[in-house]
Design a protein around this ligand. Structure first.
Ligand SMILES: [Zn+2]
Ligand SMILES: [Zn+2]
Length: 195
């Protein structure tokens, strides 16, 4: 296994996401650029244990990123921070370095300039996002990411049971309050109301 061509990734992204769209191309390009900057040639294979990806939006582009990186939520290698930005940070745990890549706001305008004859803006952007240089699509910054031990894939710790609801909690996500162990829901972060 190693990196595939953009068109191969497009096929895989279409399957995973349900349709091919400009966001898929942008997400694929973003992940490929991240792998290039980190010099990781086989993210989903030989390098899979050294890579963690943070994504900052729950939108089309986000679905395309794991297609390249292999970083999935269920593997604990994909971290979601809901900042509402088309941005991702690729962390190489082996080299202790990370790069954050942000989609440039000017890309849409550039797509219009490149392909004024294409009516659909999605088609226009798909075409342009395949061809535009990385630097025109993205802004990058090298960053330091302090990943807590319990956030690293492969972290092992005993599960604990919430003193209030009895449900079990993994990865140190419990809250200790007045000597009691509580899940985050019972500690006040509940996002649902029991009926
Ligand atoms: Zn889409
Ligand atoms: Zn609870």
């Amino acid at each position: 296994m190693s990196l595939k061509s953009l068109s191969e990734y497009e096929r895989l992204a279409e399957q995973a996401h349900g349709h091919l769209c400009a966001g898929q191309i942008l997400g694929l390009r973003m992940a490929l650029y991240g792998m290039k900057l980190l010099a990781l040639a086989d993210p989903a294979g030989a390098d899979r244990k050294r890579l963690v990806t943070f994504v900052e939006i729950d939108k089309c582009a986000t679905d395309a990123i794991p297609v390249v990186t292999g970083c999935r939520l269920g593997k604990r290698a994909l971290k979601f921070r809901d900042f509402g930005k088309v941005a991702a940070t690729f962390c190489d745990l082996a080299e202790h370095r990370a790069v954050r890549i942000v989609a440039r706001e000017t890309s849409r305008q550039r797509a219009r300039e490149l392909y004024p004859a294409i009516q659909s803006s999605n088609q226009q952007q798909m075409r342009a996002y395949r061809e535009m240089p990385d630097e025109d699509l993205f802004e990058t910054q090298w960053v330091q990411v302090n990943l807590a031990a319990e956030d690293v894939p492969g972290y092992k710790a005993p599960r604990v049971n919430c003193a209030q609801c009895g449900e079990s909690v993994s990865f140190g996500r419990e809250v200790r309050r007045d000597g009691a162990v509580l899940c985050r829901a019972c500690a006040g972060e509940r996002y649902y109301v029991p009926l």
